[in-house]
Design a protein around this ligand. Sequence first.
Ligand code: NAG
Ligand code: NAG
Ligand code: NAG
Ligand code: NAG
Ligand code: ZN
Length: 963
Amino acid sequence: MGKGFFISKAIGVVGIVLGAGAVATIIALSVVYSQEKAKNVEVSPTGNPTTTTTTGVPATTPPSNEPWHKYRLPDSLLPVSYEVSLWPRLVKNAEGLYIFTGSSDVTFRCVKETDLILIHSNKLNLTSDGGYLATLSVLDGSKPPAISESWLEVRTQYLVVKLKENLKAGQSYVLRTVFTGELADDLGGFYRSVYIEDGVEKVVATTQMQPTDARKAFPCFDEPAMKAIFHITVTHPRGTVALSNGKDIETVNTTEGTVEVTRTKFAPTPKMSTYLLAFIVSDYISIDKMEGDVSIRIFARRKAIEAGQGEYALNVTGPILRFFETYYNASYPLPKSDQIALPDFNAGAMENWGLITYRETALLYDPDVSSNGNKERIATIIAHELAHMWFGNLVTLKWWNDLWLNEGFASYVEYLGADDAEPEWGIKDLIVLGDIHRVFAVDALASSHPLSSKEDEIQRPEQISELFDAISYSKGASVLRMLSNFLSEEVFVMGLSTYLNQFAFNNTVYTDLWDHLQMAVEKTGTSLPARVHDIMNRWVLQMGFPVVSIDTATGTVTQQHFLLDPDSVVNRPSEFEYVWFVPITWQKNSVSGQDFWLLKKTDTNMDMKVTVDQWLLANLNVSGFYRVKYDIANYNKLLKQLTTAHEVIPVINRAQLIDDAFNLARAKHVPTTLALDMTRYLNKEREYMPWESALDNLDFFYLMFDRSEIYGLLQTYIRRQVEPLFDYYKAETADWTKVPDRHTDQYNQVNALSKACSTGVPACTELIQAWYSSWMADPQNNPIHPNLRSVVYCSAIGAGGVVEWDFGWRMFKNASIAIEADKLRAALACASQPWLLNRYLEYTLNANLIRKQDATSTIVYIASNVVGQPLAWDFMRANWAYIFNSYGGGSFSFSNLINGVTKRFSTEFDLKQLQQFKVDNAGVGFGSGTLAVEQSIERTQANIKWLKDNRDNVQNWLKEFSP
Ligand SMILES: *[C@@H]1O[C@H](CO)[C@@H](O)[C@H](O)[C@H]1NC(C)=O
Ligand SMILES: *[C@@H]1O[C@H](CO)[C@@H](O)[C@H](O)[C@H]1NC(C)=O
Ligand SMILES: *[C@@H]1O[C@H](CO)[C@@H](O)[C@H](O)[C@H]1NC(C)=O
Ligand SMILES: *[C@@H]1O[C@H](CO)[C@@H](O)[C@H](O)[C@H]1NC(C)=O
Ligand SMILES: [Zn+2]
């Protein structure tokens, strides 16, 4: 799946509205934290969890040791092929339900004698035939064993068929089921998505199977290793189009009873996993193009296609597909690649083989409305999903415990694919901000977890879903990038290609990839200090990552497990005792040297010693997944280099020096003032990455100080640093009339405007107000460039009053494109008058004004505003029972809400209020926010401690540098 669904990367990259980066970190923290809690489930000898969890998952004590009480299929039967027919109804039936009907004939081979057929089936009403829920026949036409009993196991999601005699090993059988299911709006299995076009409500029937919802569409052996060939037929209303993984090979108009329908039959799929199936019925239209002999089509709502919003996706899909064919040295395995945009979609995108589904914002591009960040997101998500067509779809991990390899890999090579489509963007570097920095924050907690899980620890569908987190995606991507870097890309792709060829249409475990990379290492005579397995196991089986401390006076190099809270206790033992094999790249002044490997806790390397006029820089371009700490003398020389000629230090490392320093300071490895010192050269910095890194880290300072006297000093300091950047862009853009050429300059222009306006640079505020006023004067013609809209809307509404706010609200309600509405909804939270924010808070609980799915994020936006924070807190406290009872259900919203509203808490008084809130609402409960309450209390205590330790230092430092 695309990673967009657990945190929108676009938010992290654009990162402008009120420190959205900090919100993302907090969300990431809470996701991992709750996952940890959920994993604290004891596993009984039968492999079944025996205790309840705190995340609301019911206790699942197995009633017995019967096979149908276990979550994994037995190994007695293997599916070969399915004939599936489905008929979704796009209008309600007499009972007011949207339903689908269907039938499935699965041919399977018996490999071990058994009198039991277990096949997944969830939420389907099976039609009984002769008293049983399925019919069995033998493929060769001989007489099948008789069925003795059949029933549905709801908890383990099986159809159970018991036989009077055994099935014979080597024999093939056919099991037929006929069923009815609900085409619900639950975003899982076969579901419906609804939108309005020209005042008419339209229904799309579509699917999301990953990880365990194919069983909600038809009975199937729903595990990734149970690959089979699928023959799919879809019956659909006349005038609609049906799509599936294969090409349509036959379309006929016919009738079902009295209903006129069209029936579309699809070419059989290759041998594939159930979670990659898709079928969609809609009245969409498409644009298409041939790339070699592969047909590429982009499908979307008629209006969106007619407006040309599919064109960008069509432009980049072909080249990215070609890129991956070359990269993998394997041709695209299918004759077509369809991409389709859906109005309601849970993930960012889903890599169904041959029919990829996307959120509208992840596929549709409109140059008049979309920013460069929106465009980047489209290119990278397309690349991510296309990368899966081979890695994941052609070769599939055997079980979900290895999900990190599938998602980590796609999250790494998405940058390579997007870079090929948009070589000017320099996007490969952005993995450092987008994935590495982000996951460093999560993986530095004692509650983190290793990339790899044991197969028997991942059983229940909820446990599988929990694996789709920042560790799997972003840490997976980071360590694979490190691996490709130390092997060299040539060796990496050599191993990759033999792996894909050997296991095509088959399944693997992650060590199979290591085997093939090791073969490539040996074939090319690449020198490594240990086997690929031995190096990588330390990164994959241990949680966390090291901080490497280098003493440039002695050449001593030491590694230590990096923990953001130095007092936290690690309860998870590691067979490697938290020692990693660390590839160390380095340069002295402008000369880079021979890499070396740190293989034990402490080592000495004479290359790490410097002379008086030299400085040392390690982990060039952050190609390794670790932080670096130096001795003070070396820090001072690096600081001097930054203030004299910062370009000598590679741009990624400038970002990294800042991020390392701030995090090392949080962990008490270095003084906080050293981190602040790293920002002093920023008045000369023009590059995006160091600025973004600094602003992300300074967000925390704003949260801690924006209600205190230190705020004024901080504002003065940042204003002085950002003013030159603001002037630079003013010149670069010919007084704000041109768009900067470079992609990253476009991002940094946003940073310059955002910070200059928020710290009160008069020219900035005037500029933005003029733009906004001219839009207000002529609402049909928005003069604000799409790149700048979020920041301009926010600053103008923040500086304005009710007139500006009401105009923004009207434009929000009128917006016809989700991308634009989202920008306005966030900006409306930037108001500075309390009554406007209070009124906006009231709107959030009126579903006619703010859609339910947006309510909690809107409250969090308001809380991110220092004026709105206490209002949002009061509002949440006063309305908790109502919010809890009417907005339950959404899995993340309560924890986002509580974490978001309390993230500034840093005083004893805040802490008391929070504890009181917990007591007062114990009767109502906190649902999925239960852990967030605990986390907020912990975080508040940590903030109180941090302020106590740092307030005076920071104040003195700021007084010195912003007099
Ligand atoms: C399935 O059967 C149950 C119980 O009879 C019924 O309530 C439900 O509506 C049925 N679902 C569908 C989709 O027909
Ligand atoms: C089926 O009917 C639709 C709508 O009535 C029509 O547009 C289409 O051409 C017909 N298709 C075939 C294969 O006859
Ligand atoms: C798609 O490519 C065509 C041809 O190169 C180009 O003219 C057009 O501007 C591109 N469209 C977008 C949205 O990038
Ligand atoms: C799939 O891989 C397994 C394990 O390597 C191997 O035993 C099996 O023969 C392969 N199956 C096919 C069809 O290639
Ligand atoms: Zn993915």
